[in-house]
Write a protein that binds this ligand. Sequence first.
Ligand SMILES: C[S@@+](CC[C@H](N)C(=O)[O-])C[C@H]1O[C@@H](n2cnc3c(N)ncnc32)[C@H](O)[C@@H]1O
Length: 371
Amino acid sequence: DVTLQSPYVHKESTYRINVYTFNKTLLFADRIKKIDALEYLPFEGTVSLKSPQHIFCLLEDYGTDPNNIPEHPNYVYFGRWIADGQRELIRSHSVKSRHFIGNTSMDAGLSFIMTNHAKVKENDLVFDPFVGTGSLLVACSHFGAYVCGTDIDYNTIHGKGRSSRKNQKWRGPDENIRANLRQYGTQKMYVDVMVSDASKPVWRNAALFDAIITDPPYGIRESTRKTGSHKDIAKAPDGSYADSHVPVSQAYNLSDIFADLLNFSAQHLVVGGRLVYWLPVYRPEYCEEMIPHHACLQLVSNCEQTLSSHTSRRLITMEKIKEPKELDGLAGAPDPRCSPYHGHNAFREKYFSGLNKRSSKEDTRADVDGK
Ligand SMILES: C[S@@+](CC[C@H](N)C(=O)[O-])C[C@H]1O[C@@H](n2cnc3c(N)ncnc32)[C@H](O)[C@@H]1O
């Protein structure tokens, strides 16, 4: 549309053109050729390399396979530069140079994507019930949110135990989530983290959080356990437990993890607040009905990250639309979609199944940040 173009191409305007390529490096002379080939466009202004009023960008996409770069680009895009993205954050917040990491630390790019899906903004209060090493809190605090979390693992919360780094046996002093935020200058946004079992939330019954962002355990690189026992624990006649009582852990099924997470979010998000989490799926069986449902939470988006030929995880974003009534979201509630999908529970077995192993080469590459 010429009327839309004219403010940027008229005689008095100054401009420059930048060429960007993906999966291929062009020689300087080839870049110039690409620019010359745009001669047919109706630019009437003057080229200014140093301080142009307008910058135009030619983007050429040569696919994603470095061993099979096509001669000509698969896609070509042309447009006017409006603003830079924030891709630099992926490098500056890389887990490779992070003070405190664990086996399942979420990579920086995905953490920031989750934070954006949750619409995290300044002065929000964000909670991660499976906080691990706090990668998601790091990303949220970058956007000015106050952050807190819980994890069932004492060593993770206290920064103790074995190190996840190759050449280090034990975690060093001050390897903890607070130190991670300090590393990025957001320590003042750190509320706190505590040891707690997500199946037995400790919060008072109120809407407290603007967002809940989390990466629950799938049982691949970390166990899915909750506190409790199958045995009857002896109670003293006054109803108290003996001092020596240590809670025993029991399996925490994936379907229960997600049902608890949705119920918790319906209770503790503010209306309009978002829940963002990863749902592992066995791809051959995937259908939309598997996505956990809650009457108070509306599905906003459902994006797939492939992990292997047979497994992937889905980034689920939900928004709280109303306060829960007593029966909302409970299994056996009036809405049958609210009952947990038990197929999630066999994810671990399916992940390690023979079928999946056949494509193990692909797995190790795609699964660097999966579990
Ligand atoms: C996938 S990891 C989270 C990783 C985290 N996003 C990070 O960047 O380090 C899942 C975490 O859930 C914790 N977890 C497992 N069962 C739990 C439970 N019942 N309650 C709370 N946390 C639990 C594990 O200890 C583990 O740290």
